[in-house]
Design a protein around this ligand. Structure first.
Ligand code: HPA
Length: 276
């Protein structure tokens, strides 16, 4: 029988007393962040009804309830990807569960290849908009009476949250880039011709995640922000060959900085919430 996101949300309510409004999904590069948390509960995805079981190295599949300063947060360490063969519904189940739990603000993070010729490996890019090139939409088939599929994505990435990300960058002395993230299904990397075409379409970075989650989160009414760690230059943008090893090596190199950035963002977000 199909597990409903509400079932996962009810399970999450039972395992911790914390009631965070903010959740963060950690992609490659950002996995060091939980070291900043006062962890209340850490639980393997395998124990949460309906949650995906990640199979890719560097994605651990743990959900954390924790406090950063006084702010409660849920952190998802790992995600399932379309390229693993999962359905779009499965890839976005955790987002629906978070929404059913009561999360209002979602920060998505990922690793991406740099298309913009000004980008370097190790840069961070605030996602201001996306291009969905995955060949699938997670809302397909969800046009029933209870969920509206014709979601407006004009302001998919929240301008107020982006401002906080840039402020967080300043606090951590990291100059953040901004740009358009283009999502492909993967798992192969792109050809140089594809990257030239994507540049022509207005893409600054390319990756294999985030877009389905952002679309579903917007359908659920969450505010969304997203940030990429540019782990490599995209195909043909340097004379290097691409490898998952390079992606993981850059992710490892910048992990402390990436975690600090997220920490500053959470602090600024709670300061802003306190002012409202
Ligand atoms: N292409 C697609 N996805 C990626 C890349 C890339 O170059 N780097 C990290 N994720």
């Amino acid at each position: 029988m199909k597990i409903r996101p509400q079932t996962a949300a009810a399970y999450l309510r039972r395992i911790s007393r914390l009631r965070p409004a903010l959740a963060i999904v950690l992609g490659s590069g950002f996995h060091h962040f939980p070291t900043h948390l006062r962890v209340d509960k850490k639980i393997s995805y395998a124990k949460i009804p309906g949650f995906p079981k990640p199979t890719v190295a560097g994605h651990d599949g743990e959900l954390y309830f924790g406090l950063l300063g006084g702010t409660p947060v849920i952190v998802l360490g790992g995600r399932s990807h379309f390229y693993e063969g999962h359905s779009m519904e499965h890839c976005t189940f955790a987002i629906r569960a978070l929404a059913a739990f009561g999360i209002r603000v979602l920060l998505l993070t990922n690793a991406a290849g740099g298309i913009n010729t000004k980008f370097r490996a190790g840069d961070f890019m605030v996602i201001t908009d996306h291009i969905n090139f995955m060949g699938a939409n997670p809302l397909r088939g969800s046009l029933d009476s209870s969920s509206k599929g014709f979601v407006d994505l004009t302001d998919a990435y929240d301008a107020g949250l982006n401002k906080l990300l840039f402020e967080a960058g300043k606090r951590c002395r990291i100059k953040l880039k901004r740009g358009v993230y283009l999502a492909v299904s993967g798992p192969s990397y792109e050809t140089p011709a594809e990257i030239r075409a994507f540049a022509g379409l207005g893409a600054d970075a390319v990756g294999m995640s985030t877009v389905p989650e952002a679309i579903v989160a917007r359908q659920c009414g969450l505010k969304v922000a997203a940030i990429s760690c540019i782990t490599n230059l995209a195909a043909g943008r340097s004379n290097k060959r691409l490898s998952h090893g390079e992606v993981l090596a850059t992710a490892q190199r910048v992990r402390t900085l990436a975690a600090q950035l997220l920490k500053c963002f959470v602090q600024l977000h709670s300061e802003a919430a306190a002012r409202r």
